[in-house]
Design a protein around this ligand. Structure first.
Ligand code: AMP
Ligand code: ZN
Ligand code: FE
Ligand code: FE
Length: 281
């Protein structure tokens, strides 16, 4: 399977994406993609629905995925897990705990916004009444609610003025360390990939995470990502130097103004990520 295109990073309505897992699969199927992965933050609960939808597209390989947010030296380090066992009990327990942390953090951020004269309820942040404990609430939900309320004119403005790290309504979530995050993916039988390294504040931080005593144990690195634009050749060399699997995807959320705005705008040739697609423990 060396022909065609893949997208191995996108978010559904089980975390902060706008579309259901089934809708994402339908779109990728209709685009004729050969491989895709749904990588929701802290939830694998949307994957059953995704696999049911994928049965209609026999040429499309669906990898079970997820994205974890870990912390290292005060910085956020995202980890993608692929080929995970979505029924793994330990994984499900830890993800449930992470989601409870997200609920708690939402409460803290709402209190800060209220202090700033921008009151909102948690209910107004959930996209629907069906947004239950298996789905992961995040800052994009809060940002969209702020747009609906008329407090800001765009999600981007909500982040820039209030929600980004260091801004007045920001609050931290309790996070795993990268080593713990990688170990969790491994415990669930998956491959752990360092997500969008171009977002790390310095390339040295990536090196620390990949080698020596501070190495977290990654199996791969996400070379092809919109936020790596301009440095993909460098990350490809890093992947080769460290003998790591290469991954790539769009990080599509369906958020207006956030690149990419549509699925299919950021695709990766299957030949670039073949080893990851064929990876097994
Ligand atoms: P959280 O998981 O709640 O910390 O929110 C992180 C998510 O917010 C990321 O995965 C992005 O999808 C989104 N995000 C972060 N920064 C921005 C931004 N400046 N504009 C729009 N979305 C953003
Ligand atoms: Zn997200
Ligand atoms: Fe991420
Ligand atoms: Fe993501």
């Amino acid at each position: 399977m060396d022909e065609g295109y893949a997208d191995l990073h996108m978010h559904s309505s089980f975390s902060d994406g706008a579309e259901t897992p089934a809708a994402l699969v339908e779109t990728c199927g209709k685009l004729g993609l050969r491989a895709m992965a749904i990588t929701d933050h802290d939830s694998v609960a949307g994957l059953d629905e995704a696999f049911a939808a994928a049965a209609r597209y026999p040429r499309l390989l669906l990898l079970p995925g997820l994205e974890l947010d870990t912390k290292w030296r005060g910085r956020s380090v995202h980890i993608l897990g692929y080929h995970i066992d979505r029924k793994n009990k330990y994984l499900l327990e830890v993800l449930a705990e992470q989601r409870r942390g997200r609920e708690k953090r939402l409460g803290l951020m709402l209190a800060k916004l209220a202090d700033l004269g921008l009151p909102l309820t948690a209910r107004e942040c959930y996209p629907s009444a069906a947004f239950g404990e298996h789905k992961a609430v995040g800052r994009p939900h809060l940002a969209r609610a702020m747009v609906t309320k008329g407090y800001v004119s765009s999600v981007e403005e909500a982040f820039d003025r209030y929600l980004a790290a260091g801004k007045p309504a920001y609050a931290e979530i309790e996070k795993l360390t990268p080593k713990e995050g990688v170990a969790l993916v491994h415990a669930a039988g998956g491959a752990a990939v360092l997500a969008h390294p171009g977002e790390l504040p310095t390339p040295q931080l990536a090196e620390e995470l990949l080698k020596g005593e501070t190495a977290a144990g990654f199996d791969g690195i996400e070379v092809y990502h919109p936020n790596n634009a301009g440095c993909m050749a460098k990350w490809l060399r890093t992947a080769k130097n460290f003998h790591l699997l290469v991954s790539g995807g769009s990080d599509y959320h369906g958020i207006k103004g956030k690149i990419p705005e549509h699925l299919g705008e950021w695709l990766v040739p299957v030949s670039f990520v073949r080893e990851l697609l064929e990876w097994h423990k």
